[in-house]
Design a protein around this ligand. Structure first.
Ligand code: SF4
Length: 81
């Protein structure tokens, strides 16, 4: 049976909650691990504060409340303007 594990891949500042949060990915490791960089598959991504933001109703794709709004993409867009 495959093993699943949430792994923090990046820490980012979120303007909506005004704090650092972690972006995480769900890695699935097969039973027969073959050495090399492709030894797992990423099957999902989330934010470490997603449940709190979902309950608060923040519009954000990471909180599953608005698939069109990603605060990190918005911030990058603002930086480049
Ligand atoms: S779920 Fe969205 S709004 Fe909440 S902290 Fe994460 S990125 Fe920010």
């Amino acid at each position: 049976m495959a093993t699943q594990k949430w792994v923090a891949i990046k820490q980012e500042w979120c303007n909506l909650v005004e704090q650092d949060v972690e972006l995480m990915e769900l890695r699935v490791y097969p039973d027969d691990v073959i050495p090399g960089p492709q030894e797992y598959k990423v099957t999902a991504r989330k934010c470490s504060v997603d449940v709190t933001c979902n309950m608060a109703g923040f519009p954000c794709k990471w909180a599953y409340t608005n698939p069109e709004l990603d605060p990190f993409v918005e911030r990058e867009r603002e930086r480049n303007e």
